[in-house]
Design a protein around this ligand. Sequence first.
Ligand code: GLA
Length: 356
Amino acid sequence: MSDVFSLAKAYEKYFKIGAAVADMNVEGYYDVLSQHFNSITPENEMKFSETEPREGEFTFERADHIFDVAKRLGIKVRAHAPVWHNQTGRWMYADGDKPAAPELIYERIDAHFKKLCERYGDNIYAWDVVNEAALDDGPGCERGESDTYRASEYFNLCGTGFIEAAFRSMDKYAPNAQLFYNDYSECVPEKRERIVRLIRNLQDKGIRIDGFGMQQHYFAAPDFDELKRSIETYAGLGLRLHITELDISLMATMNQSEHRIKFGDPGFEEYMREAMSPTPEKLAKLEDIYVRLFEVYRSYSDVIDCVTTWGVADDYTWLDYFGVKPGEQIIKQHPLLFNEKHEAKDCVRKLIEAAR
Ligand code: GLA
């Protein structure tokens, strides 16, 4: 075992260590990435509206930049979320003034995947082909007739066909990459059952799906039993698992409910006071959750191949802006493994030691 202070090196025998990066921050994180990570995911740069804002008009500059950094780092990319109900142009669902027929949507997905795969090919080792298509009970999830699927525009027009078409097309163009379905609240029992039904539907139709991406965003303390049960359930489908979007909000150290504490909620003011200058005790509690989560991940390293954090360091995280309207104060969350100065938090040392 090498003595180099590196998460990726320490975890070589368990799984890859990944991070989501953005075109605008990836150079600033270069040193941390090269020391600690061996997988990267473009946070937004490969989503549909980024790469094909108008039909047939492709824009790859921002994604190209991240692939260029990956090349310099000597690592491959975990590509993320081309088929998702968010960040997709309205044109996808329309045929002139009429709603698009399912076949037209499948053709558009196919043409898009072909273009992306021709460009990036085997520099991608895994794809989140479809993101968040399962129904969920939280606010903001479109509910319809289905008790399994989110009533997204895709689903309303195509039923489950868009998921099947997406996996079939990606199988054709990315024969060497692992194909994942990716979702959140994946350890909540009711949602887990829906995700299982969604995956089984693909498997029953003989469609290749290699893995499930467990997002692992934490706003409350993890339920470790449900986490283990979930890993076993998904792995029991014969799938490889990636932890795809891990982050732990400081809320997880004080939240009594399982949901995010929002502006106006009881406890919000108290949270804000803490979050603007967190006590060492609260920060240590957050880091302790990382240590305990990794203990679980390591114990399932026979089925987990990659653990990706959704960001690199606390100076940039989507969570600080989640639910914040323009002009409002950001809601600090301190959710990553590296602090605002890009220094490793103490838990990084603990995670490295625990891997020895
Ligand atoms: C979801 C998506 C990600 C990202 C986050 C918020 O989890 O899968 O691509 O957009 O929301 O940043």
